[in-house]
Design a protein around this ligand. Structure first.
Ligand code: SF4
Ligand code: SF4
Length: 408
């Protein structure tokens, strides 16, 4: 990587604490447009953990549906067009019942891939559309590198669940006919898995420097393409891999997510039930918000500011970052004028002239943004982080990208 001004990732150990079970969860029903599905979901309906609510959406708890409501996710591009998505609120029962569709298979490597993939799909861990797709995979990349400087999820799963991860590498070897399975580790943690990986010959270790944005999938794939055949690769995190082994061995669907939370008191790693409300998680950390405090879902560099804490922790949330106004931590981005310092261009890992692109987007010249390659942007946020004018560069990028999608 030729760029300078990269940010160091944290590599201190951060134990994962078990969050108490929530009293209620909120589950977004992504893609919930089918009227027939809508009629099936009724208030008062009991659900069990791992039960499919609509195709592709599974209940993460056992309980009773309390209501169906609109939810405004922080990434509005992910909503139903008006920025909202339908969600179900479920009151959690004291006794948990696991879906019988996720049976445990202690000797899972003796089962046929097609059977295992079906089980993983029922466990909310679908890797691929079907067994035919997974057969064509040439390289599997499994990453233990976190994707934000204030995040300890993948690295801590590797520390605490190393044996599950190694078993998971054997699982993906069994499921695919990949020529290589590559475990990407931050350099400081390579020693944890060196012996185990040496013993499993087709598995390769790919150490990366603990610098942001080295752990972003887009950067890894770009850099690794010089070494491996990635025409048809599969990218997984160690957390998803360990969860897959747990699903197959113990019959436990993917219902828990590790999340790093950082506020002025420091950082904590929790394992939380997916669907837990953000406000409940903040209360657990005793992080009580005041007016003008800022909550960012997804980390300070790449995340989205959220204005409502009655939203759920979903399976893709790795970190939450709280900036406190009274500690002077709140960073605001504005439409300030660009002073042509060129810092954003110097740090951009995909070589975009973002100083120009952002101005085109600002003045709704979206075609120009696309001519200059805005879709190549990986939204790493480095440009905005280093901009001395505090311009909202990532927002300009997202605006231009969404504009393109809306017109397609
Ligand atoms: S957010 Fe996009 S434009 Fe900005 S530095 Fe990252 S890749 Fe480059
Ligand atoms: S870093 Fe900010 S001020 Fe400097 S050129 Fe880029 S957009 Fe303009």
């Amino acid at each position: 990587m030729k760029k300078t001004n990269l940010l160091a990732l944290n590599y201190n150990e951060m134990k994962i604490l078990e969050a108490p079970e929530p009293k209620e969860v909120l589950l977004p029903l992504w893609g919930f447009e089918d009227k027939k599905d809508r009629q099936k979901i009724k208030e008062g309906t009991p659900v069990i953990t791992g039960e499919q609510i609509i195709p592709g959406v599974f209940s993460t708890v056992t309980g009773t549906i309390k209501g169906i409501e609109p939810l405004f996710p922080v990434n509005t591009a992910a909503g139903n067009g008006n920025g909202s998505v339908t969600a179900v609120r479920i009151e959690v029962s004291e006794r948990e019942e696991l879906s019988p569709m996720v049976k445990h298979e202690p000797d899972f490597l003796e089962k046929e891939p097609v059977e295992l993939l079906e089980k993983l799909n029922h466990a909310n861990l679908g890797f691929c559309e079907d067994v035919e797709t997974i057969k064509d995979v040439d390289t599997v990349i499994v990453s233990a590198v976190d994707t934000d400087p204030v995040q300890w999820v993948s690295q801590q799963v590797l520390r605490e669940d190393k044996d599950m991860v190694i078993e998971g590498l054997r699982l993906v070897q069994h499921l695919t006919s990949a020529q290589q399975v590559v475990l990407v580790v931050p350099e400081p943690l390579g020693h944890l898995v060196q012996d185990a990986v040496n013993a499993e010959k087709p598995i390769k270790l790919y150490p990366v420097k603990p610098l942001y944005p080295n752990g972003l999938p887009e950067i890894l794939v770009r850099d690794m393409a010089n070494i491996y055949n990635l025409d048809n690769h599969l990218f997984l995190t160690v957390e998803k891999l360990a969860a897959s082994v747990r699903a197959l061995k113990e019959g436990q669907p993917f219902v828990y997510k590790v999340v790093s939370i950082t506020d002025k008191e420091g950082s904590t790693n929790y394992r939380v039930r997916i669907g837990t409300l953000l406000k409940d998680l903040l209360a657990l950390k005793e992080c009580f918000l005041k007016e003008d405090d800022k909550v960012i879902i997804g980390g300070p560099i790449r995340g989205y500011t959220c204005f409502n804490t009655d939203i759920p922790i979903t399976g893709d949330v790795d970190s939450i970052y709280v900036q406190h106004w009274d500690s002077g931590e709140v960073i605001h981005y504005w439409n300030n004028q660009c002073m042509n310092c060129g810092r954003c261009v110097r740090v951009c890992p995909v070589d975009l002239d973002i100083n120009l692109i952002s101005r085109y987007s600002e003045f709704s010249l979206f075609e120009k943004c696309h001519e200059m390659g805005v879709m190549v942007c990986i939204e790493c946020g480095l440009c905005a982080y280093h901009c001395p004018s505090g311009r909202s560069l990532v927002q300009f990028i997202r605006l231009a990208k969404n504009q393109k999608m809306e017109n397609m």
